[in-house]
Design a protein around this ligand. Structure first.
Ligand code: ADP
Ligand code: TYD
Length: 200
């Protein structure tokens, strides 16, 4: 099974991806942008430096290049070996961050995805959060990888609505999880939702 976590910056995706991986000892835990040596190099280009460094169009190409390498080198081999793959962000992040924040580029994102990636997760957890709380959490980390956090609160609010709309549009794949609770409570709900899906 290929499981992804999506949501705005600081919503708790990495924490929840790790907690789920702890419950599934055979699973591979990975992330985007990154997850393979080549994609981690592209990650540095994307997440550091001046916020205006890349246009949304250039970002689509760079994120998709990173994703293609990640898929070839990390995700596909693990799925073919019969492992569950848990990925912190995937193509939905490009659909929303690049497709719906700086003009409507969604059709271009979808066409490039169909051409170069062509793979959707089996299950996506969209962690929903108040953007002000999430932004405080994210910036408090001071990771040095805050190029997108630097776009500010309005940008995070646009993202939130984008992710919720995407979840409404793809109810068979996406499950919205309320992230405004302590991490263990969120993890319990995610595990319960996964058990429901596996039983289906
Ligand atoms: P994301 O991957 O979505 O950016 P993280 O999992 O890295 O989010 O969490 C962002 C910050 O918030 C981290 O410092 C993390 O420890 C903290 N955090 C994560 N989940 C919760 C939660 N449910 N309640 C409070 N703080 C949290
Ligand atoms: P991530 O490390 O998950 O950041 P955070 O922990 O703050 O959520 O992702 C890095 C940033 O890259 C994040 O701000 C979202 C952005 N991003 C895109 O804009 N498009 C994409 O396709 C992906 C995968 C990430």
């Amino acid at each position: 099974m290929f499981i992804t976590f999506e949501g705005i910056d600081g919503s708790g995706k990495s924490t929840q991806a790790r907690l789920l991986a702890d419950r599934l000892p055979e699973a591979l835990l990975t992330r985007e942008p990154g997850g393979s040596p080549g994609a981690e190099e592209i990650r540095r280009l994307l997440l550091t430096g001046d916020p205006g460094r890349w246009s949304a169009e250039t970002e689509i190409l760079l994120f998709t290049a990173a994703r293609r390498d990640h898929l070839e080198k990390t995700i596909q081999p693990a799925l073919e070996a019969g492992r569950t793959v848990i990925c912190d962000r995937f193509a939905d992040s490009t659909r929303i961050y690049q497709g719906a924040t700086r003009g409507d580029l969604r059709a271009r994102v979808d066409r490039l995805h169909a051409l170069m990636i062509g793979r959707e997760p089996d299950l996506t957890f969209v962690i929903d959060m108040d953007p002000a709380v999430a932004l405080d959490r994210g910036l408090a980390r001071a990771s040095g990888e805050d190029r997108f956090e630097a776009f500010g609160l309005g940008f995070q609010e646009t993202l939130r609505h984008g992710f919720l709309q995407l979840a409404r549009d793809t109810p068979g794949r996406c499950v919205v999880i309320d992230g405004n609770r302590d991490a263990q409570a969120v993890a319990e709900e995610i595990a319960a939702q996964l058990a429901t899906r596996e039983g289906a």
